[in-house]
Design a protein around this ligand. Structure first.
Ligand code: MN
Ligand code: MN
Length: 316
């Protein structure tokens, strides 16, 4: 049986505003079997600490993905000629129980990874990355991490709770999910609860790139350094949309000014080409705070860019 190279539904076959919204207008398949990569939604927002709404993220990202065409005109990437990709729908989380939702996510990703599929996840708040990383650890061993965010997400607890969107990477370290010498956090900024809030990350061996280090410059040189730091094993990419400035990404739960630009976001993702990426997520898009749809549009495009840098994607 030959591999199926699914193509996005073209704008001349069905108007872009018509039909059922799937990610990039790809077919919706019930199972990841036979795919190389799959878009998966995780409509969770009960791990958030301020504004809710990321439960609507996967749907809106799909809706705003309808303009995206197959070929990457800047990099030449031809993802749909190279990989078998589809939208496998959403994880049926328990929206009344965060810990049960985390269990369901973990089991769902175990199944996806069993099929050898690379998941591209539409969040969902940042809590979802912990169960995904647990599944990654079982499949691939400890992973390196490229984490873009305004926040380090290394709180010990939030309101006494050990699992929430701001504790994800502290738990990931404690649970031995990360190869800490191969972790980079980019875009951290604003205020801390203490003056050395970001030093916990540094003490684990992470390279922390605060937003100020990115201001007014291209991130291509930084990404050369990042590749050297995280290469040498499997790498996971976790992109919190609040890493980008709220001028471009207002539709999110915990916005912070002075963030990355959309252009820098693209540079970061394109700069991951050549790494052994085993999964990616785009989290924290909150459509109720996204009056223009621009945040979801940006999220959809960044997920497309992630697809374009997966191992095995051919360039024209
Ligand atoms: Mn985050
Ligand atoms: Mn954040």
């Amino acid at each position: 049986m030959g591999k199926q190279f699914y193509q996005p539904l073209g704008g001349h076959e069905m108007p872009r505003f018509g039909g059922i919204a799937t990610m990039l207008r790809l077919p919706h398949l019930p199972s990841p079997k036979g795919l190389d990569a799959a878009f998966v939604g995780v409509p969770l927002d009960i791990g958030t600490s301020l504004r809710p709404g990321t439960r609507f993220g996967p749907r809106e990202i799909r809706t705003e993905s309808v303009m995206i065409r197959p070929y990457n005109m800047a990099t030449g990437a031809a993802p749909f000629d190279s990989l078998s990709v589809a939208d496998i729908g959403d994880v049926p989380i328990n929206t009344f129980n965060l810990l049960d939702a985390v269990r369901i996510i973990e089991e769902s990703y175990d199944r996806i990874l069993e099929h050898g599929v690379t998941p591209l996840t539409l969040g969902g708040d940042h809590t979802i990355t912990l169960p995904i990383l647990r599944a990654m650890r079982r499949k691939h061993g400890k992973v390196g991490l490229v984490h873009i965010d305004a926040h380090a997400d290394v709180n010990d607890h939030m309101f006494g709770e050990k699992i929430a969107h701001g504790t994800t990477f502290r738990r990931a370290v404690e649970e031995g999910l990360l190869d800490c010498q191969r972790v980079v956090q980019i875009g951290l900024r604003a205020q801390g609860y203490t003056a050395d809030d970001f030093d916990w990350s540094r003490r684990q061996g992470f390279r922390v790139v605060q937003a100020e280090e990115c201001w007014h410059r291209s991130l291509e040189p930084l990404m050369a350094e990042v590749r050297l730091k995280v290469q040498g094993g499997p790498v996971y990419l976790s992109f919190d949309i609040d890493g980008i400035d709220p001028a471009w990404a207002p539709g999110t739960g915990t916005p912070e000014i002075g963030g990355l630009t959309t252009i820098q976001a693209i540079e970061i993702i394109r700069g991951c080409q050549g790494l052994d990426l085993v999964g990616c997520d785009l989290v924290e898009v909150s459509p109720p705070y996204d009056k223009t749809g621009n945040t979801s549009l940006l999220g959809a495009n960044l997920l497309y860019e992630m697809l374009c840098v997966l191992p095995g994607v051919k360039r024209r």
